[in-house]
Design a protein around this ligand. Structure first.
Ligand code: G3I
Length: 349
């Protein structure tokens, strides 16, 4: 079988460590990744809450992240780091003045960190994590999802912005650049198919560029939906992002196939006859394939600026939105019609 364009396509392996589907399933997942993908991104293992759950130099938990990086290296894959500064999956202690004393943690109390404390914590975290994998992890999501979904505010009202101020974004990039001057540093966000959010991205990045922050690539997550994913919307989104003059990485691609009120998983339709169930799945697969075809036609159109395409999961069983069967391979790792469309659309490496 032909492989998906091996230059640009990757997938995360983060959940393989959980083994929630058993050893054999995990082995098959690994085989799928090795056969069809040439880069890996951890779904969770490098997020602050997982890699640095407690304060202090002994507060890091390296085993899963180390295993992830070793897996990538052993198989000659390019390794992506996700993510350094995010409002989610970050422990509460990060934003508190001191490590919680036992009575405070019971009450959920403690005063807030000062700007200086939080900047120092952020610097220490970034230097330690990026430094540990220097030269091995070549691409980092430095700041994730900092843009607001509401109103005219560019930045989300997160503890990062509240405590440090809007320059927390530029500071994070500076610290990451100090820690590994050769790493490609990305700003990563979702919903950039929408004009309002994309406008905020462009103004944020232009400000960072004017301030000399080392932002080197734009990550557009591309968590899409089968009802709205199209050539036109992806083409327009990439055209406008491209104007920033930075390489674009599609960082978390998937296309949710579930429509409101409609169920598409085998388990969900099992109360119908097997034929009806099969028909619904086939219809959903067909619509998904069409959506992927449109999206990949747009990606190919923008191949001059597009450096990476990462799927957010290798198969439907591992997806964070597995109910919507959003990936190229089904829960048993069989290729779906969308896979054929993608390899016909994407030029072979
Ligand atoms: O590790 C625990 C496990 O010990 C526990 O038994 C289990 C019970 O729920 O939870 C496990 O942690 C879960 C973790 O995924 C691993 O499966 C968390 O609850 C769950 O919240 C976490 O979800 C992740 C989510 O980010 C968190 O926001 C998804 O896997 C991950 O795909 C998703 O990825 C994000 C990107 O980082 C940023 N962009 C959006 C994207 C999708 O939400």
């Amino acid at each position: 079988g032909a492989a998906v364009n091996r230059r640009i396509v990757g997938g995360p392996v983060g959940r393989f460590g959980f083994g929630r589907r058993g050893v054999d399933a995990v082995r098959r997942d690994r085989e799928l990744v090795l056969r069809h993908f040439n880069s890996v991104s951890p779904e969770n293992d490098l997020k602050w809450a997982l890699v640095h759950p407690r304060p202090g130099a002994d507060g890091y938990a390296w085993a899963p992240a180390d295993a992830f990086v070793e897996f990538g290296e052993r198989h000659g894959m390019s390794i992506i780091g996700h993510t350094l500064v995010w409002h989610s999956q970050t422990p509460d202690w990060v934003f508190r003045a001191d490590a919680p004393r036992s009575n405070e943690s019971r009450q959920g109390g403690g005063t807030r960190a000062t700007r200086e404390q939080l900047l120092e914590r952020m610097r220490e975290h970034i230097h330690t994590v990026v430094g540990r994998y220097k030269g091995r992890i070549k691409v980092w999501d430095v700041v994730n999802e900092a843009i607001s979904d509401h109103g005219d505010y560019v930045l989300r009202d997160s503890p990062w912005r509240q405590i440090i101020g809007p320059d927390f974004v530029a500071k994070a990039f500076e610290y990451a650049h100090e820690a590994d001057p050769d790493a490609v540093l990305r700003y990563n966000d979702y919903g950039l198919e929408g004009a309002a959010k994309r406008g905020k991205l462009i103004s944020l990045i232009r400000t960072l560029q004017a301030d000399g922050a080392p932002v080197m690539a734009i990550g557009t997550q591309a968590h899409l939906n089968v009802t709205s994913a199209s050539f036109k919307s992806m083409d327009q989104s990439l055209s406008e992002i491209e104007a920033l003059g930075l390489p674009i990485h599609v960082t978390e691609l998937d296309i949710n196939g579930a429509r409101q009120g409609q169920r598409t998983t085998g388990a969900d339709v099992s109360s119908n006859s097997a034929a009806t169930a099969g028909g619904l799945v086939a219809e959903a697969d067909r619509r998904l394939a069409e959506a992927y075809e449109g999206v990949f036609q747009a990606l190919i159109e923008h191949r001059e600026s597009l450096e990476v395409v990462t799927f957010w999961g290798a198969n439907d069983a591992n997806s964070w939105r597995s109910r919507g069967r959003p990936l190229l391979f089904d829960a048993d790792s069989n290729p779906k019609p969308a896979f054929q469309k993608v390899i016909l659309t994407a030029p072979q490496a």
